[in-house]
Design a binder for this molecule. Structure first.
Ligand code: BG6
Length: 493
């Protein structure tokens, strides 16, 4: 195992993301030997913390993962805290001194990873200061990891990008979309490019429609303040869902390396049909959850959630039909849906193949056979299934459905590295495959902006779906109009 060498500077070092994801991921990398002696972490935030206190917090976040106390203490000893006001130039000089010191102590070869795990409004300010106060080294590598959201529309994203690009080159920027770190999202390429039976049929001659569902069973919980200004379209569609669409729709890359894959993803995103207002009204629907009581458990109305406006028109559910205007996909709808407070937590992709031209198993040959459906289970279950028709055992020629299933065992799934762990390791390796390039961000915003603009001109009648359902009726109608239905329809418990 090759040891990676770097100084991590985490802006937002006291925050939720750092505690829940970053420190445990760094620890796992440490346990696996990717990080060993030559790494250090500076946590920065406004609060005045000592190194000791910071290390206590870090130890707390990895408590469930540690087997030996010495080991955990050794790991935490690489962590340093620096109180920091991101707008104050002087603070960057202090940060620089600490960086230099740690660089010498741990022999870090001037390799820097700057992780912006905080409010995006400061991204531009921070990167500008990092450059002006000369924290970007000439000798080692300088990589910038940025959390979402990257802008709230195309224009704001472009402005932010310009600000950041004044200090970092595109190839130094790692825009996080944590879905790209998920095991089964990375498996989409294997399903497609390692299996003749699928790739040869991966087009509009054989596929009828593709369905992508990112269903969440929780409401907005503590994040009402952020979510109410964002909504499901910006929170989930612009990034995660369109990334999944691009991986499913792209042409085979010439190799499975970052530039080659990215080229194809960008081409796929460029082929998305940007809708007119009329098309938005036809092809996209939204919803907001209302109160409900299921199995004795009562869920709040979205408008009653903490930090949500009592007359909020923010959507907590989106379903839509995405069209890709290229030779491979012309005429194949990609149906997408995502929502909060739905019946079940689960992410899955259903690829529905075209039905047989006629049904030899029915008397008049007209009653359609069930289609073959390939399902990729992303989470919480990881695996695949393939729905097939088979002859029922016994006399006659009646058919029945059977399902070939492979599910990763609980042990495999629990041992598969967490998304953040993989993404941090990718960044240490200088591999940007599973991060979002600016061209992808730009194209996704262009697609989403017209939907947002159209919706912002009308007042929706919310709430329109009860919590713990699978969304509003208009979501089912969207597919019914085309003669389809949602393949995944989890029943209530
Ligand atoms: C985040 C969104 O990007 O993804 C959240 O901001 C959402 O609102 C989360 O809950 C879902 O991620 P996962 O990995 O739980 O599907």
């Amino acid at each position: 195992m090759e040891e990676k060498i770097a100084l991590f500077t985490i802006f937002g070092g006291t925050g939720d993301l750092a505690r829940r994801k970053l420190y445990p991921s760094l620890y796992r990398l440490y346990k696996k030997g990717f990080l060993n002696k030559k790494f250090a972490v500076i946590g920065t935030a406004r609060r005045e913390w000592s190194d000791e206190y910071y290390r206590e917090i870090v130890l707390d976040t990895i408590a469930d993962l540690t087997e030996s106390k010495e080991d955990a203490l050794e790991f935490a000893s690489h962590f340093y805290y620096q109180a920091h006001n991101v707008t104050d130039a002087e603070h960057y000089s202090t940060l620089k001194q600490l960086s230099k010191k740690l660089n010498d102590t741990y022999q870090l070869e001037d390799n820097h990873i700057y992780y912006l795990a905080m409010s995006p409004q400061f991204f531009g300010t921070i990167t500008e200061h990092l450059k002006d106060q000369e924290l970007i080294s000439d000798t080692g590598f300088n990589r910038l990891i940025i959390e979402k959201p990257f802008g709230h529309d195309y224009e704001s994203a472009a402005t932010l990008n310009e600000q950041i690009r004044a200090s970092f080159k595109e190839e130094q920027i790692y825009r996080i979309d944590h879905y790209l770190g998920k095991e089964m999202i990375q498996n989409i390429s294997a399903v497609r490019f390692a299996n003749t039976i699928f790739e040869s049929m991966w087009n509009n001659r054989y596929i009828d429609n593709i369905q992508i569902t990112l269903s969440e069973s929780l409401g907005v919980e503590e994040r009402g303040g952020y979510y109410d200004t964002s909504g499901a379209l910006r929170d989930m569609v612009q990034n995660h869902i369109l990334q999944v669409v691009s991986l499913l729709a792209m042409e085979p890359p010439i190799e499975l390396k970052d530039e080659a894959i990215r080229e194809e993803k960008i081409k796929a995103l460029r082929s998305l049909r940007i809708y007119s207002k009329e098309e938005v009204q036809k092809y996209f629907v939204r919803g907001q959850y209302g109160a409900s009581t299921v199995d004795g458990v009562t869920s709040l109305d979205y408008r009653e959630e903490k930090n949500v406006a009592p007359d909020s028109t923010t959507e907590t559910f989106v379903a839509g039909k995405v069209l890709i205007d290229n030779f491979r996909w012309a005429g194949v709808p990609f149906y997408i849906r995502t929502g909060k407070n739905l019946r079940q937590k689960g992410t899955q992709i259903n690829i529905q193949f075209k039905s047989m031209p006629l049904n030899l198993f029915s008397d008049d040959h007209t009653e359609a056979l069930e289609p073959n459906v390939l399902t990729i289970y992303i989470q919480p279950t990881e695996g695949f299934s393939l729905q097939l028709n088979s002859k029922k055992i016994g006399p006659g020629l009646e058919t029945e459905l059977l399902n070939l299933k492979h599910k990763n065992s609980a042990e495999t799934s629990s041992n598969s590295p967490e998304a953040y762990e993989k993404l941090i390791l990718d960044c240490l390796n200088g591999d940007a495959t599973n991060f979002t390039h600016w061209d992808e961000v730009a194209q996704s915003w262009k697609f989403v902006d017209v939907i947002r603009d159209t919706w912002d001109q009308e007042t929706p009648e919310f709430p329109n779906y009860p919590s713990k359902s699978m969304g509003p009726v208009c979501s089912d109608e969207l597919l019914e109009k085309d003669g389809f239905k949602w393949f995944w329809n989890p029943k209530s418990n």
